[in-house]
Write a protein that binds this ligand. Structure first.
Ligand code: GLY
Length: 375
């Protein structure tokens, strides 16, 4: 009983801190989407058009509106959503991030019609970006990546396009859109998954044949290393897709495989370094953002897993991971510090990252039972 109460207090306080940061970000009246934060001052680097990350800010606002019921969060979410509209046709697979978190979440939690319409439009546009020879959606020429973008490049970070398309296909009863989303997910597994369930970030392919020429990384330690966010995005993308398509057993098996790899390889203290193959020294950076994505994915997998023992393992790991993030990396301003964006370019290697904030918020709010619907 005492433990239950202590848990409730712990997660309630964590949520209150995170909300404080959402609120203080609103109060900054930013001109652009918050992207990278300074964990000491709380100052944001912003992006004018949302880059690939702006949807996570809107997602935080949808979550905040849901857990508090306060109109100002809902108003802010709707206001920022307008800013995402010009991105519906951007030629980047990362619209999966923008429109799942910026829009689908608003439709799921609040039944927001504008959000639903934008998500459907973006999903159909992603469907048109599908390459029927390679059987997946390439990065696209406007992809917000470090280098090597275009129609012959692909990333596992593109997998979250699939859930946006699957969600929209169901609403629109669009069989072809669903097929393209499923092919994108399954081909992504062939492009990026090792046999042991570890995930390589990127691949170049021959646009004439669709065959892979090389595997490499944009932001990881080495071309054959397991970059933490590659693993985490795979976990999230397969789990969300499996939840949307419960009859696709292969999707579920892929979700389990990449999540099991995380369970077997993440450090004992739960918070992953930025790349699983980077040599660990006292200076090696953690990536709290990748760890938060993984925690969110594990919690979702626990909710759909038919085996009660396995479900409990995924849930316990998700909760222990989120607890480590809260205890060691969530500062008094409600900032999730120690996210590692792009160490190869020396960009934001120990910072607040908007998507890390989002996934910790989502996980904490889910543990607290404060969301009206699964997200
Ligand atoms: N491209 C997505 C990421 O950097 O995590």
């Amino acid at each position: 009983m005492a433990t239950l109460q202590a848990d409730r207090t712990f997660w309630g306080e964590a949520q209150a801190k995170i909300l404080k940061r959402v609120s203080s970000t609103i109060d900054q009246n930013l001109n652009g989407f918050p992207h990278i934060g300074d964990p000491k001052t709380g100052e944001w680097v912003t992006t004018p058009d949302g880059f690939w990350t702006g949807g996570f800010w809107i997602g935080e606002l949808w979550l905040a509106a849901s857990v508090t019921g306060e109109a100002r969060y809902l108003e802010a979410a709707k206001r920022w959503l307008e800013r995402l509209e010009p991105r519906v046709e951007s030629k980047t697979v990362f619209r999966g991030f923008l429109f799942y978190y910026g829009a689908v979440i608003g439709a799921l939690l609040h039944g927001d019609q504008k959000a639903a319409a934008l998500a459907e439009d973006a999903a159909q546009s992603l469907g048109r970006q599908f390459d029927p020879i390679a059987n997946l959606i390439p990065l696209g020429k406007e992809a917000e990546e470090a280098h090597s973008v275009g129609d012959g490049e692909a990333n596992i970070d593109g997998l979250p396009a699939a859930p946006v398309m699957l969600w929209a296909a169901k609403r629109l009863r669009d069989y072809e859109l669903r097929q393209r989303a499923l092919k994108h997910a399954y081909r992504s597994a062939e492009f990026f998954l090792r046999d042991d369930g570890g995930v390589i970030q990127s691949a170049s392919f021959d646009t004439a044949t669709g065959e892979v020429n090389r595997r490499y990384t944009h932001k990881g330690y080495a071309d054959d290393s397991i970059w933490t966010r590659a693993q985490a995005w795979a976990m999230l993308g397969f789990v969300l897709s499996a939840r949307l398509e419960p009859k696709e057993t292969l999707l579920f098996q892929l979700a389990e495989k990449v999540c099991d790899w995380w369970l077997a390889n993440s450090p004992q203290d739960r918070v992953a370094y930025w790349d699983f193959n980077a040599p660990v020294t006292p200076e090696t950076k953690r990536d709290t953002s990748g760890t938060a994505i993984a925690a969110a994915a594990l919690l979702k997998l626990s909710q759909i897993h038919p085996d009660a023992n396995k479900a409990a393992t995924y849930r316990d790991t998700a909760e222990a991971t989120a607890r480590s993030l809260v205890e060691r990396h969530l500062n008094s301003m409600g900032i999730l510090a120690d996210g590692c964006f792009d160490p190869k370019n020396g960009t934001a290697v120990s910072n607040e990252l908007i998507w890390g904030d989002y996934f910790l918020f989502e996980t904490v709010a889910t543990i607290n039972g404060k969301l009206h619907s699964p997200v």
